[in-house]
Design a protein around this ligand. Structure first.
Ligand code: COA
Length: 259
């Protein structure tokens, strides 16, 4: 499927999505979001793809929403844009397979908001992450005010959003905003290794783990525990569960026999 602003690649069981608007540092407009939604929809139920990695260019993962397209917008247009971004992000957050944002350079505004929808954030040492919307007289409108505090806590999120000051990779790691930092030349390989490891895990269990973890940030504890119980129980119908547990016991047999 040809896209204008994205480049898609598959490598083994890994699906790669490259944001590809280098002249705008991959700034997001409604066409980019629509393409992202389509790309994810195509891979959602494709069993050949077990993990998805999102990448930008060396200078920028994504430098935010496209300001050219927003400067003359009124409230209706702004509302429409957030409807479009939300649809793409819901697709990304709910993708029933693990996702990794491989962040090099700027991940600002909508770029950080897209990365916040991924299960893992892997940053190169040159990464700069932030929500600078306040400096433009607006607030983050693609999930930033809701997802950032759930990841880094209310205090750190308040500082990033009120001051609009971005953080560098090392600080982002310290805050828990990214999972790992690697050198720039290791970013692709680091993302590939992580995605490969994820792809090797039992798909149904990963899917259940993702759904349970998502419930942790969107439901009450009581509700979340019930969701966990349901997901846990359902896994006892899978081949991975029966084979995985039997294989474990098989390995232990000689140990028991020796006693
Ligand atoms: N929207 C539209 N265009 C953008 C953009 C954005 N969010 N971010 C970068 N660009 C464009 C620049 O206008 C420039 O285009 P030009 O060459 O036609 O002038 C090009 O991308 C390169 O950016 P430039 O600003 O020259 O690079 P830089 O290295 O000096 O600065 C940034 C990089 C990311 C610090 C700077 O571009 C920036 O602050 N961008 C806006 C970030 C932002 O506020 N995002 C949140 C939006 S809600």
């Amino acid at each position: 499927m040809p896209f204008e602003h994205l480049k898609l690649e598959t490598e083994g069981r890994i699906g790669w999505i490259f944001f590809n608007r280098p002249e705008k540092l991959n700034a997001l407009n409604s066409s980019v979001y629509l393409e992202l939604e389509q790309a994810l929809a195509a891979w959602q139920n494709d069993d050949a793809i077990s993990a998805v990695v999102l990448c930008g260019g060396e200078r920028a993962f994504i430098a935010g929403a496209d300001i050219d397209g927003m400067v003359d917008a009124g409230p209706m247009e702004a509302h429409e844009l957030t409807d479009i971004s939300r649809r793409a992000q819901e697709r990304l957050c709910n993708l029933p397979k693990p996702t990794v944002a491989a962040i090099s350079g700027y991940a600002l505004g909508g770029g950080l908001e897209v990365a916040l929808c991924c299960d893992f954030r892997l940053a190169a040492e040159n990464a700069i992450l932030g929500l600078p919307e306040i400096t433009l007289g607006i607030i983050p409108g693609a999930g930033g005010t809701q997802r950032l505090p759930r990841v880094v806590g209310q205090a750190a999120a308040t500082e990033m959003i009120f001051l609009g000051r971005p953080v560098k990779a090392a600080k982002a790691l310290e805050m828990g905003l990214v999972h790992r930092v690697v050198s720039l030349d290791q970013l692709r390989v680091g993302a590939q290794e992580l995605a490969k490891e994820l792809a090797s895990r039992p798909a149904m269990a990963l899917r259940a783990a993702k759904a349970a973890l998502r419930a942790a940030s969107s439901t009450s504890l009581q509700e979340g525990l019930l969701i966990e119980q349901q997901l846990f129980s359902q896994l006892f119908t899978t081949q991975d569960q029966s084979e995985g547990m039997k294989a474990f016991l098989e390995k232990r047999k000689p140990h028991f026999q020796g006693k």
